[in-house]
Design a protein around this ligand. Sequence first.
Ligand SMILES: Cc1ncc(C[n+]2csc(CCOP(=O)(O)OP(=O)(O)O)c2C)c(N)n1
Ligand SMILES: [Mg+2]
Length: 307
Amino acid sequence: MLTIREFERLGEREFRNGLIRGYYHSYAGQEAVGVGFLNALDLTRDYVVDHYRDHGHCLLIGLDPTAIFAELFGRASGVSKGKGGSMHMYSPERHFLGGDGIVGGGLSVACGVGLALKRRSGDPICVCFFGDGALDTGTFHESMNMASLWSVPTLYVCVNNLYSMGTRIDEHSSLSQLIDRAQGYGMKTEQVDGQDIFATAEAAERIFKYMRQNKRPYFVEALTYRYQGHGIHDKPLNYRTAEEEAQWHARDPIGLLTAHIVAEQIMSAEQIEAMRQEVVAELEAHVERAKQAPLPDPAELHRDVLA
Ligand SMILES: Cc1ncc(C[n+]2csc(CCOP(=O)(O)OP(=O)(O)O)c2C)c(N)n1
Ligand SMILES: [Mg+2]
């Protein structure tokens, strides 16, 4: 969780320095969702389908941070050869089928992946991450319907961070509990505290076991909060209050785990701070290496482009 938090801090810095162009969506605040669910996956057989808030997930599936930064900097050695950028990280080797700039774009892909995996041996599963805003797309309903009808082992993780860009959940969703919107498709659903790493880790292990045994889809609503604006340019205080932000920071996922580790005398606060500084030093070295990486050859411009 610390690595993700600090990665995003450095990424934002380099965005402001002009080294990163286009969009940058930070995962800061939502770390316990990704860590809980991706840590329990087995990427020798399982697959991940993501949306554009994907840097943290790329770190968790084991992609080289230098290659992730290089992608953000548009370099040839980036995970998508420097042609995808922040929203379109991709790694078939690590069973990571993107990063997608289209809201709801991954939902039907994850249904198809689940259908393919159901025919493979070893009980593989697919996990699909998307935001609360994706529930307002038509493909959400099409995907839930087919996933349930075909009984595919796909976990749909709806990351409810209360906002779809600058639009609050109660201004874009007819029901306040998002699990209620998935229940009509006859799949199991549950809410999980996305600030609590123990809650997400427990849910992931239990749900994956159920899916592997029963070959059924599942819908999770992870309740969390994004600390930054929708993207770096966005000013969240125009549409949300400082009080609300403070409430969520008081239940910061890293803060909660730190308090637990200190209370249980597993590590001291000083040791955790030293660990954070070590993480920052390592990430700075990755930033430097990525800065040295060459830009793509101009001949790459039309290669791998589907038109
Ligand atoms: C089909 C489609 N409609 C609209 C957009 C513009 N758009 C980009 S992100 C976004 C908000 C999505 O919010 P949410 O799904 O809650 O994800 P979050 O950013 O909170 O992680 C919108 C409307 C888009 N990219 N694709
Ligand atoms: Mg959202």
